[in-house]
Ligand binder design. Structure first.
Ligand SMILES: NC(=O)c1ccc[n+]([C@@H]2O[C@H](COP(=O)([O-])OP(=O)(O)OC[C@H]3O[C@@H](n4cnc5c(N)ncnc54)[C@H](O)[C@@H]3O)[C@@H](O)[C@H]2O)c1
Length: 384
């Protein structure tokens, strides 16, 4: 058996949806179930989580359920442990900045959910502080690791599209109001004061997807609204939904690519997946979801003629071709964790850092400004 190198990770917010399911169970515990992260020198990195939260009983229960022993409600004490190298944050967004600040001050490497802070100023300060402290840092950018987007990336890298013209993204589903059926997302997402809103939630995702797959975003025009103004919380109490639940955004990218992405928690799904991107280029087009990706090459593009007097005879969807997997796709959160852990342990290359996270927060902030002022807003380079 290969030598196991333990790496201590303070995991804060593990009682939450993302912290528990995606990061603890499907990433860190799944990595352990799979035998750890193999390093290039033949040893194996073995993550040792220290669970942190506000409720000791919940932490104890959670730890026991998964055969873990280390948990505490004292973040400072967890960060001070000499067997801990990484701080991970999946708390509600509004609590993140403070906690990451403490972890940086304690000299721990940082891995965090997005958005990295509630303001651009805060996000930039965190990135600067982490650089100044010489710690490594990473931000969850899970969508890049989804099979559908990896296939899209493969098409871009292979030059399938020719000159890319436009990207059309459609994201969303109906989030129940909470009165006659319980809401399927936490209520803080619908209150601005608690760090909620679809723009701060989703624009950071769109930012890294656009920047990584296509080109940097240079301008944003957004219309943002709250379609459902009253919702019911986890206890069944009515509350005013102060945060935006829908955003209609146009993003101008380098090279003239226009990306238009609708994000909504007030839309019913008539699509194959909860998010889909259509990319049109001079040589071909693709439609990618979370898992699937379909293409149409210019040579197989049909020539529809507009005639509303005749019934439709073309089966348009049937004219597209499925992009094969040609690879095995692991859980995206786990895949990114493994890359980050190797980055910490043996300096393996890593791209998605707190600066990238800050650019995502910037796009959200400028999107909200565009909506408020009813105008197009340019995206300046972030000063380090
Ligand atoms: N990468 C993604 O696709 C993705 C998806 C959803 C959410 N997120 C991000 O993950 C983070 C957590 O979201 P979630 O949906 O898991 O939320 P959640 O409400 O399910 O979990 C929040 C966690 O924060 C903790 N917490 C700490 N201080 C708190 C406070 N003052 N009030 C309430 N909770 C507090 C809770 O105990 C819980 O563990 C958010 O920053 C969100 O933006 C990312």
């Amino acid at each position: 058996m290969s030598t196991r190198i333990p790496i201590g990770i303070v995991m804060n917010g593990v009682t939450g949806r993302m912290g528990y399911r995606q990061h603890l169970v499907r990433s860190i515990l799944a990595i352990r179930d799979g035998g750890g992260v193999p390093l290039s020198d033949g040893t194996v990195l073995w993550p040792e989580p220290v669970l942190v939260g506000r409720n000791e009983a919940k932490l104890r229960d959670l730890a026991a359920r998964h055969g873990l022993t280390e948990f505490t409600t004292d973040l400072g004490a967890a960060l001070a442990r000499d067997d801990v190298q990484i701080y991970f944050d999946a708390q509600v967004t509004s609590e993140r900045e403070k906690a990451i600040g403490l972890a940086v001050a304690a000299g721990r490497h940082i891995y965090t959910e997005k958005p990295t802070a509630t303001t651009l100023h805060g996000a930039v300060e965190l990135a600067r502080a982490a650089d100044a402290a010489g710690v490594k840092h990473g931000v969850v950018q899970d969508k890049l690791f989804l099979p559908g987007l990896r296939k899209l990336q493969r098409l871009v890298d292979g030059g399938f599209f020719g000159r890319i013209l436009s990207v059309r993204g459609e994201f969303g589903y109906w989030v129940f109001e909470g009165d006659w059926q319980a809401a399927q997302r936490p209520s803080w997402n619908y209150r601005t004061a608690d760090g909620g809103g679809i723009v701060v939630d989703m624009f950071p995702h769109w930012h890294y997807v656009l920047e990584q797959l296509f080109a940097p975003v240079r301008a944003v025009t957004a219309h943002v609204t709250t379609h459902i103004p009253r919702r019911w919380d986890e206890r069944g109490a009515a509350y005013e939904a102060t945060a935006d639940d829908s955003a209609y955004g146009i993003f101008e990218l380098d090279g003239g690519v226009v990306a238009q992405i609708n994000s909504s928690w007030a839309v019913r799904v008539y699509r194959d997946e909860l998010v889909e991107f259509q990319v049109d280029g001079t040589e071909g087009s693709a439609v990618a979801g979370l898992r699937a990706c379909r293409v149409q090459h210019r040579a197989t593009t049909p020539k529809p003629v507009w005639n509303p007097d005749l019934p439709v005879t073309d089966a348009f969807r049937a004219q597209w071709q499925e992009v094969p997997d040609n690879d095995e796709y692991d859980n995206g959160f786990k895949a990114q964790w493994e890359i980050f852990l190797r980055h910490v342990a043996e300096d393996a290359p890593y791209t998605w850092d707190l600066w990238s996270g800050a650019r995502g927060v910037q796009l959200a902030e400028l999107g909200l400004q565009s909506a408020r002022e009813g105008r197009r807003v340019e995206v300046p380079e972030l000063g380090r």
